[in-house]
Design a binder for this molecule. Structure first.
Ligand SMILES: Nc1nc2c(c(=O)[nH]1)N[C@H]1C(S)=C(S)[C@@H](COP(=O)(O)O)O[C@H]1N2
Ligand SMILES: [Mo]
Length: 203
């Protein structure tokens, strides 16, 4: 039996639905850390998030502004392109769509580019970001989000590979056209659906 088959069998033995594991992924209880550049240390009091692009009302929000939008707590599975998946991770934050509504995007906006520390960017369709479970998050596992995992504030887009969830989120750009982000320019798939195994260009 291969590592992947044994990993899947362990889920079945534990009474967990193995169909939650996308093709080519293994389940782990660990929370691996993956990013480019040094971990920035930003206080909540100093945190700012800009929402800009093709919008009627560009805004820069503080941490308190985000909290005032009405936080929600959600639990979902996450999947990294390097093949690990974690189940039932709990996050607190505000819905992306509630943040973006403040900026009044033009009707022609179809893409979002997340901007983060060290110039990290990642792109995805606006429609994906408007889902119920897409969060701008500041708690994980009921604790303040650790700096290594993107604290004080990161994106969480659970239905796409985890590179689409920018840590140390600094800006949200609303664009009529798609713009390949950091990994997307370097061989990763432009959409990145784990269940269709869209890891790399051409998948
Ligand atoms: N700003 C920034 N965000 C990032 C990355 C990065 O390099 N820089 N890496 C991405 C990748 S590839 C993954 S798998 C997840 C990892 O999140 P974690 O370190 O909390 O597990 O963050 C994503 N967000
Ligand atoms: Mo990743």
């Amino acid at each position: 039996m291969s590592f992947f088959q044994r990993n899947r069998q362990k889920l079945i033995d534990a009474g967990i639905d193995p169909e939650r594991l996308p093709p080519g992924q293994y389940h782990t209880d660990r929370f691996p850390v993956l990013h480019v550049g040094d971990v920035p240390h930003i206080e909540r009091a100093d945190y700012r998030l800009s929402v800009f692009g093709n919008v009627a009302n560009p805004v820069t929000l503080t941490f308190a502004d985000l909290e005032a939008l009405g936080p929600v707590e959600l639990t979902f599975d996450i999947h990294c392109v390097t093949k690990w998946s974690r189940f039932d991770t709990t996050w607190k934050g505000v819905r992306f769509r509630d943040v973006v509504a403040l900026a009044q995007p033009a009707a022609t906006v179809a893409y979002v580019i997340e901007h983060a520390a060290h110039g990290y960017t990642t792109n995805l369709p606006l429609a994906d970001c408007l889902r119920d479970d897409v969060l701008i998050a500041w708690e994980h596992g009921r604790e303040p989000l650790e700096a290594v995992h993107g604290g004080p504030v990161r994106m969480v887009v659970p239905h796409l590979y985890f590179w689409k969830s920018a840590k140390w989120l600094e800006g949200i750009e609303l664009s009529d056209t798609d713009q390949a982000g950091f990994w997307e320019q370097n061989g990763y798939h432009s959409y990145g659906d784990p269940f269709r195994e869209q890891r790399f260009w051409g998948d």
